[in-house]
Design a protein around this ligand. Structure first.
Ligand code: PRT
Ligand code: ZN
Length: 225
């Protein structure tokens, strides 16, 4: 793949975290030449390679030690951690920084005409989601007897399509829920993008590079406050 002496960073190829993650790397002085179709992007002034993948793959790439660092939403990270735990897979990593973008919440929403009377109203419901592990954990913690229906997309249309009674999906402005006749009732997880590092020790030069980059990230975030 790439020269293993170079720091490998996994980043979302195209999606809500891509632009902000690339902007952050550029702001801390990492020059990048990104060609849209390519999986790998090399820095032209630092020993850094970017692996551009779907965000779903990033937690596993870090936890399996395929890459050294990854930019990922906490929602995806936590879901994948629970999934790996259920499969008795190790999920070693450390969170280096919580970043100032990618903010959203994972919420349960019900059709607006539904007479929601608190969390007990969820009992017996089918709830469509892309995050079954986070949702099941919430049900268990709250003692709710409901089931998660896994959908990989178009979660917000599930109640109208008769596939589920409610949904559990990411929300930022709330416009998508409103457009689909749904109202947000329970926030089950709040999320931002984070920078994570794989478990185990890194070669000294790689660790030294990370240790030089982190204060620059702090500086960039402080300058925006
Ligand atoms: O292709 P790939 O698998 O890489 O991308 P993806 O489609 O799985 O993810 P993407 O790019 O949509 O989101 C990546 C990450 O961005 C998420 O895992 C979150 O950490 C973060 N994020 C922040 C969001 C949102 N805000 C968000 N609003 N991810 C998704 N949404 C969607 C939500 O699912 C819903 O469809 O936006 C819609 C709701 O937005 P509002 O503003 O109408 O409430
Ligand atoms: Zn994804």
């Amino acid at each position: 793949m790439t020269d293993s002496s170079r720091l490998r960073i996994a980043i979302q190829k195209s999606g809500r975290l891509s632009d902000d993650s690339i902007a952050l790397l550029k702001a801390i002085g990492v020059k990048l030449q990104i060609r849209d179709r390519l999986l790998i992007a090399h820095s032209t002034n630092q020993p850094i390679d970017l692996l551009r993948v779907r965000d779903d793959d990033i937690p596993g790439l870090v936890m399996d030690g395929v890459v050294d660092l990854g930019f990922i939403g906490e929602n995806e990270l936590e879901e994948k951690m629970l999934e790996r735990q259920a499969a008795s897979k190790r999920s070693e990593f450390s969170t280096l920084r919580r970043l100032d973008y990618g903010g959203c919440r994972l919420s349960i929403a019900v059709p607006s005409e539904f007479n929601y009377q608190g969390i007990q109203s969820l009992n017996g419901m089918k709830v469509a989601t892309t995050y079954p592990y986070l949702l099941e954990r919430f049900f268990i913690e709250k003692g709710i007897d409901a089931s998660a229906v896994m959908l990989t997309g178009s979660v917000e249309v599930a109640p109208r399509a008769g596939v589920a009674d409610a949904i559990c999906d990411l929300v930022s402005t709330g416009a998508t829920l409103e457009a689909n006749g749904l109202k947000e009732e329970e926030v089950i997880f709040t999320s931002k993008a984070v920078l994570i590092q794989r478990g185990g020790s890194l070669p000294p030069e790689k660790q030294a590079l990370i240790d030089r980059l982190l204060p620059r990230i702090d500086g960039v975030m402080q300058a925006k406050e």
